[in-house]
Design a protein around this ligand. Structure first.
Ligand SMILES: *Cc1c(COP(=O)(O)O)cnc(C)c1O
Length: 387
């Protein structure tokens, strides 16, 4: 007997055979530089909590207070019964951090990208997309029904060439790119891409998921770091990385944000962010703006580690995301396992997430020198990083 579902286990077998199979690992402690993972205490290089805010007492207290006042759920979409004063406070806090006219919060960064791209472009339009963009940008582009052309990673002359070739055939054009690339750690030259977008009459959407809170003097992100604050573009990001909560946002001109409130399906037809997540994000943005020492410490850690690992097979990075290249998926898995035995938690990132396998280390402000040194000892002195 065959069933219509038989192909699923076959497909899963293929995933196993390619060493692409993945399962979640259970952490049983609070977030931080040391975590409890499946009974072991490990130094954590797997977290996006760059500033160490996810376990900060201010955020926890804000989440508890908001839960006591508003309950656990928002009970409806923003346009029906889900809108609270704290949602608006959070949007104004984001607009203030980004120095934009307004901002809108979504239930996740993934939904922010899907909802924004599909609202901005359609069948008669063109999307130019960096080949290494995050899944949420790529799937947002697909869902929009616009024509999608990929340009070579961070290659401005390729982007320019493709715009010259195709731009005139379409109505609107949207360029989409990560600012800090999530699985590589390198950075898009935002001001140059923006100049090009302006000169070719294109909109630009930048994904600041990994840059918000850590780049720029006040943690506003790469747009600010590259001196583009105040120029017209669309900035999206997440509340779940350096901001230590959950949710996504888009920041930009008031007209853009007003349009998204009326046209973005992933905002209109989904339940508003929970009170706890909302309040925690407000508390985090306040800390980001008033306590720059966390950002300073993060960059001190990043520079130290970058320097000590520079002779290994490290991908070019200007961020807390540091990747050690591996020859193939099984080697990446093996190295990740060796690191766990040595007391270090860092994930193997494999296809289809990325074209080539690697171990991804993310640095946090809360890492102590001894934590970084233990990683260096294992990769360099014990030589297990020489792959
Ligand atoms: C994590 C991430 C997202 C998605 O954000 P979530 O809030 O986790 O859904 C989008 N873009 C990039 C580049 C990311 O790294």
């Amino acid at each position: 007997m065959t069933t219509p579902y038989d192909w699923i286990s076959k497909s899963l077998n293929t995933i196993h055979q390619a060493n692409w199979y993945r399962t979640p690992k259970t952490i049983t402690s609070s977030p931080g530089p040391i975590v409890e993972l499946e009974g072991r205490s490990l130094i954590n290089f797997a977290s996006n909590d760059y500033l160490g805010l996810a376990g900060h007492p201010h955020l926890i207290e804000a989440a508890i207070t908001a839960t006591q006042k508003y309950g656990t759920g928002s009970t409806g979409s923003r346009l029906l019964s889900g809108h609270r004063d704290i949602h608006r406070q959070l949007e104004l806090a984001i607009a203030n951090l980004k120095q934009t006219e307004d901002a809108i919060v979504f239930s996740s960064g993934y939904l922010a990208n899907l909802g924004t791209i599909t609202a901005l472009v359609g069948q008669r339009d063109l999307i130019l997309s960096d080949q290494y963009n995050h899944s949420s940008l790529k799937n947002g582009a697909k869902l929009s029904n616009a024509t999608i052309i990929h340009y070579n990673h961070c290659d401005l002359s390729d982007l320019h060439h493709k715009l010259q070739q195709y731009r005139h055939q379409y109505r609107h054009c949207l360029i989409i790119t990560d600012t800090i690339f999530s699985m590589d750690g390198d950075i898009c030259q935002v001001s140059e891409v923006l100049d090009l977008a302006e000169s070719m009459n294109c909109m630009l959407l930048v994904d600041e998921a990994h840059a918000t809170g850590i780049m720029g003097k006040k943690g506003a992100g790469c747009v600010d770091y590259f001196g583009c604050t105040g120029r017209s573009l669309i900035q999206m990001g997440t509340l779940s990385k350096a901001i230590g909560s959950l949710g996504g946002y888009v920041a930009g001109n008031a007209v853009l944000i007003d349009f998204l409130r009326n046209r973005s399906a992933t905002w209109i037809y989904t339940t508003a962010l929970s009170p706890a997540d909302t309040a925690a994000a407000i508390a985090a943005i306040e800390l980001i703006q008033t306590e720059p020492q966390r950002r300073d410490k993060l960059w001190e850690n990043v520079n130290f580690l970058q320097q000590k690992l520079s002779h290994l097979n490290i991908l070019p990075s200007q961020s807390p995301i540091i990747c050690l290249e591996c020859a193939n998926p099984s080697q990446a898995l093996e190295l990740s396992q060796k690191l766990i035995i040595a007391g270090i938690f860092a994930p193997a990132i494999r296809p289809p997430t990325v074209p080539t396998s690697r171990i991804r280390f993310s640095v946090m402000a809360t890492h102590e020198t001894a934590h970084l040194q233990q990683l260096i000892n294992n990769l360099v002195l014990r030589n297990i990083g020489n792959v």
